[in-house]
Design a protein around this ligand. Structure first.
Ligand SMILES: Cc1cc2nc3c(=O)[nH]c(=O)nc-3n(C[C@H](O)[C@H](O)[C@H](O)COP(=O)(O)OP(=O)(O)OC[C@H]3O[C@@H](n4cnc5c(N)ncnc54)[C@H](O)[C@@H]3O)c2cc1C
Length: 342
């Protein structure tokens, strides 16, 4: 049986970042990805200011950059303006390939098309029945994580997000967030333009709105907005927001596997990257203080408090959305929203 110091399950942004930090050490690292290609993932591909900075401002992989976000309701709209580019869109396959390239020439062994099927206290077993021993195991395997299941963690607070990928269209030149409490309850629909396509989508918590209803509401909204998705491709995926810890002896969880994604904004790429980074540093130095994980946990608490207020506000929800929209006209509120949301 082959043995590695660290086995990372899943080569999304979290697993790739974890591998990159470990690649600078002398440890033997195996990164396993079940898909044959690294990168593609159902995702709107929006990255915020802090994520862009964390990645080292890689302008060459960015599709579009925006200095404002338009908040809309039927019959009204406001603009959250930062005066500088603070939200960007990136194609997930481009981001994945860019991260993978940073591992080239390092000692990290990357294997694609290998699915981890079973886990025991000493080893993982692949779909090909290969047993691989580990000293440390990192679950970077997204919202249906097998590593999380092995740890016996419950997953209740989980969302489902779906979108249509439609051809680029001059009508969609801005990032748009659309509120409507009847159609989208506590969430919103989005329009995220990339250079050659647009992601138009919506997310829900299946515990509060059935998936069937959520899909129907999105389709009703698209019809009202006269957004033609006939040429579009429909995709859906879970987003795990149910954080229950990340460090379990010699086993770690990062990104969506840990439930780090925000239940309020659906953002999860940044959380995956920084949790992957901190976990790698803990593996290298037990005394490392996971400052970035602490920060995302604090931000997550603020997001979830905001989500709770919107969720329990019932008939006042539309008023709250209106307040959020109009308060962006105040520069102090706008600054607060920008710091908390991006
Ligand atoms: C519709 C939609 C829109 C979204 N839009 C945004 C957005 O605009 N901005 C944003 O920040 N976030 C967005 N998210 C969330 C974001 O996609 C995730 O939070 C992010 O991808 C999490 O990264 P990760 O590395 O933790 O996991 P993932 O990106 O899910 O990567 C996990 C990897 O593990 C692999 N894997 C899984 N199981 C196994 C196994 N058993 N063996 C081997 N490999 C395995 C998978 O194939 C995958 O490659 C969106 C999500 C959805 C569904």
């Amino acid at each position: 049986m082959k043995k590695y110091d660290v086995v990372i399950v899943g080569a999304g942004p979290g697993g790739l970042r974890c591998a990159e930090v470990l690649s600078e050490s002398g440890k033997s690292v195996l990164l396993l990805e079940k898909n044959s290609e690294i990168g593609p993932k159902v995702c709107a591909g929006g990255i915020t200011r802090k994520c862009f900075e964390f990645l080292g401002k890689p302008n060459d992989i960015i599709g579009r950059s925006f200095d404002d976000i338009i908040f809309k309701k039927f019959g009204a709209q406001t603009r959250l303006d930062s005066g500088e580019k603070f939200v960007h869109t990136v194609k997930r396959d481009v981001l994945g390939k860019w991260q993978l390239k940073r591992l080239q020439g390092s000692s990290v062994e990357v294997r694609t098309g290998v699915e981890v099927k079973k886990i025991s206290d000493e080893c993982i077993i692949t779909g090909e029945n290969e047993r691989i021993e580990y000293e440390y195991l990192v679950g970077a395997d997204g919202s249906s994580s097998i590593v999380r299941k092995y740890l016996g963690l419950k997953t209740i607070f989980i969302g489902l997000a779906f979108h249509y990928i439609i051809p680029a269209n001059k009508r969609f030149e801005n990032i748009e967030i659309f509120f409507d409490s009847k159609l989208f309850y506590s969430w919103y629909s989005w329009i995220f333009p990339h250079d050659d396509y647009v992601s138009v989508g919506f997310g829900c918590f299946p515990k509060t709105m059935t998936v069937k209803k959520a899909k129907k509401n999105l389709d009703d909204w698209l019809e009202k907005m006269k957004i033609d998705v006939a040429e579009g491709e429909f995709e859906a995926h879970m987003i795990n927001c149910d954080y229950r810890g990340f460090h379990f002896g010699n086993v770690f969880l990062i990104g969506d596997a840990a439930g780090f994604a925000s239940g309020f904004t659906g953002e999860g790429i940044y959380q995956a990257l920084v949790s992957g980074d901190d976990v790698a540093r803990i593996i290298l130095d037990k005394k490392h203080k996971p400052r970035l994980i602490k920060e995302i946990l604090l931000e997550r608490r603020i997001h979830h408090a905001m989500l709770l207020v919107v969720m329990i506000s019932g008939i006042f929800r539309d008023t709250i959305f209106s307040l959020i929209m109009w308060s962006t006209k105040n520069k102090y509120v706008a600054r607060f929203l920008l710091s908390v949301l991006t």
